[in-house]
Structure formats: C-alpha cells, structure tokens
Design a protein around this ligand. Structure first.
Ligand SMILES: Nc1nc2c(ncn2[C@@H]2O[C@H](COP(=O)(O)OP(=O)(O)OP(=O)(O)O)[C@@H](O)[C@H]2O)c(=O)[nH]1
Ligand SMILES: [Mg+2]
Ligand SMILES: [Zn+2]
Length: 367
C-alpha cells in the first residue's frame, strides 16, 4: 500500500490529535482512502444538521457536504465519525467516505421506518443524564442503559440537579437498582458539586456522548465542565419540568480540559436499535435469576419453579423492572423481525437489479 506524504502530514497534525486521532485511526483512514482516486484527508465530524456538516481537519474546522456516493448510501456520517474528505484550500469540504466505526450510539429512527439512526460515533463513554427533578424516571433510565450497552462504549449514569432533591443520596440508591452494574454520579451544575469525578472520563482525546431528556441539564453540564459557556441552555416548564428542546443539533465540543463531549438534543421516547445481548447486559440481574428457573425455556409468566417470579415476591427484584424488561424484549424481537424483512427487501431489490442486468446483457449478446 502506498503512503502519501500528505497523509503523514495530517497524522502529525496536533489539531487532529486533540480531536482523538491516533495511529489506529490513521491506519484505518489509510486503508479506506487508498481505494479512492481523489486526494483525501482525515477529518472528524463535529456538527451535523440535516445535510450540513462541520468537520475538523488538520488545518482547522470547516464546513462540509456529502459527496454524491455517500448521500445515496444508507449509512450517513454522524457526529464523532472519522471521514475521508476532499479539503480544498478554501470553500466547502466534500465527505467521500466514513472510516469504519469503533463504537456507535444508535436508536431506531422515529416513526415506522426500520432504520438505524446513529446519534454519536466513536465514543468511549456514554453519560446517561437524568435530572433529580420531575425528569427522574427509572424505567427511562433502564431503556437508556440498553441503548448504551449496545453502543460498545462504557455507560455511566449522571444524576443532575442534586440541589433540587431533598434526598439525592436516596435517589441514587434507587437508581442503582435500575442500573446495577453501572457507576452512578450525582451532580449539581448549579452549585458546582460532584463534577470532579466526571472529568476522569474526559481526559485529552477521549470522547463522551450525553443522552437524556430535554431539560435534564446536559448543556448546562457541558458548560460547567468546560468552565465557560459554549452551549445555550433553557429553563424547564413549570409543573412537569420538561425542557423546551433548547439544543437542536448534535455537536462535538472540545472542552478546555482536553476531553471531547457530544451534546445532543433531548429525547423523551427512544425506540431501541439493539440486539438482545444488550438487553441481557443491562438486565444481568434478571439473567442470573433466570438461570435458577426450573425450566430452561421459562418465560417467567406463571411457570412453576420460576426463580425470577420468586425474586419479585421476595423483593429482590422490582415488578416494574421486570415489566420493563418484558416490554423491551418484545420490542427487540419485533425489531429483529422487521430488520429481517427490510434486509430481504434490499436483497430482492439487488436480485432484481442483477436479473435486469443479465436480461440486458442477453439482449445485447443476441442483437
Ligand atoms: N437547579 C439546577 N438547575 C439545573 C442544573 N443543571 C441544569 N439546570 C437547569 O435546567 C434547565 C435545563 O438545562 P439544559 O442544560 O438546557 O438542559 P438540556 O438537557 O441541555 O436540554 P435540551 O437542550 O432541551 O435537551 C436550565 O434552566 C438549567 O439552568 C442543576 O444542577 N441544578
Ligand atoms: Mg441542551
Ligand atoms: Zn422463570
């Protein structure tokens, strides 16, 4: 494989390093870009809004658009992605390809379509952000935990607004039953309390993405961790503490301390895009109870000798948590069927195209 001098220049760029570039990414970029005729440079997507992108290149932040071949594809670049870009001396960059991802935080697109939406790519840690005000909802936290488990990054729970809760420590203990295996931090951005331990996830070049409802305090947390305001924040509604969707675009911000933090618009309802293994990981307590059931194929409904139901009776497992697990299990099974159907349709289309091509070739041959 050839190695172009321009690429080496890029690899040495301190700006790219600050945004998380490494030898591994350089190698992957090299592999990808060597199949192109155009001269391409590595860049990281830091902003995305419909088809408008901003990327960081070796020489600075630039505006970017998708090249035609990317626009026609199904897998669009997401914030956090490393891309191979045409970078003109000035003007708009053209993104030609996405470097294969290390991790990806995904959801199913809203509505009926069976499609993945990548919320953030190549992140090391996911902050599951939830307010200790009216936003506090353990069932939603469990759902976020499944989404985060699927990502390949490490999930961390961040309970914000501790100053608004009379018993923040108690709320944290309750949250632990919904995320038994995850670290949980309680913070107040208002009082600047509890933020220090979060900085450990934001060392130079490390990437963290935040998910949570609108109004949970994500952007406020980002500003606090940064030490100066970069994101706009907005008051929540009186009565239900819901936010007003102040953040409208995904954005990767390099904090003054060197870490990279992806802020996202708030989401209230997420539909999962995950495998059952992610569900099992987020609910490993239920998995381990289930291994004690008398029947191997126990559905934990009314079977005799069901260890899971016994755990609910004895108070070891919350009924609401079991119900939530059931609901998500159904949702994931449904998703899997829909994904199979969607894959078959794609296959049919391809077969159809192939068939047409063969027919056309035959016609040409016998003409
Ligand atoms: N009392 C208190 N208020 C907070 C804290 N953190 C955030 N807030 C307030 O909560 C409201 C919502 O904060 P944002 O940071 O805009 O919330 P967000 O999660 O970014 O919301 P979206 O951008 O809509 O998704 C603002 O009025 C903040 O001042 C906190 O620790 N304590
Ligand atoms: Mg925000
Ligand atoms: Zn059982």
């Amino acid at each position: 494989m050839h190695s172009s001098p321009a690429r080496n220049e890029s690899t040495d760029s301190s700006l790219l390093l600050e945004f998380g570039f490494s030898n591994t990414w350089a190698r992957r970029f090299d592999e990808l870009s060597s199949s192109f005729h155009e001269h391409l440079e590595p860049a990281r997507v830091v902003f995305e809004s419909r088809e408008h992108y901003r990327v960081v290149t070796a020489t600075g932040e630039r505006e970017a658009r998708l090249a035609g071949r990317l626009r026609r594809g199904e897998d669009l670049p997401a914030v956090g992605d490393w891309v191979a870009a045409e970078v003109p001396a000035d003007g708009i960059c053209r993104l030609q390809a996405v470097v294969p991802r290390q991790t990806r935080l995904s959801r199913k697109v809203a509505g009926d379509q069976t499609r993945e939406q990548v919320v953030a790519a190549n992140i090391d840690t996911v902050f599951l952000v939830m307010g200790l005000d009216g936003d506090y909802n353990l069932r939603r936290l469990e759902r976020f935990a499944v989404m985060a488990e699927e990502s390949g990054a490490d999930p961390v729970v961040v309970l914000t607004k501790s100053d608004l809760h009379a018993d923040a420590a108690g709320a944290r203990i309750d949250a632990q039953t919904s995320a038994p295996a995850l670290p949980i931090y309680t913070v107040s951005s208002l009082l600047d309390e509890g933020l220090e331990p979060l900085r450990a996830f934001l060392a130079a070049g490390r990437t963290v993405a935040m998910i949570g409802s609108s109004g949970a305090g994500k952007s406020t947390l980002l500003n606090r961790l940064n030490g100066a305001e970069v994101m706009r924040t907005g008051a929540v509604r009186e009565g239900d503490d819901r936010g007003r969707h102040t953040t409208t675009h995904r954005q990767l911000v390099r904090l003054s301390g060197g870490g990279l933090l992806v802020d996202n618009p708030g989401v209230r309802e997420i539909q999962l895009w995950a495998e059952e293994t992610a569900l099992a990981a987020a609910f490993d307590d239920i998995e381990s109870f289930a291994s004690g059931c008398r029947f191997n194929d126990c559905r934990h409904l009314d079977e005799p000798g069901c260890r899971v139901l016994e755990a609910v009776r004895s108070g070891e497992l919350e009924a609401g948590r079991l119900d939530n697990w059931r609901e998500m299990e159904k949702e994931l099974q449904h998703l899997e069927r829909r994904r199979d159907v969607a894959a078959m349709r794609r296959q049919d289309k391809q077969t159809g195209r192939l068939y047409k091509r063969i027919q056309a070739e035959k016609r040409n041959r016998f003409r």
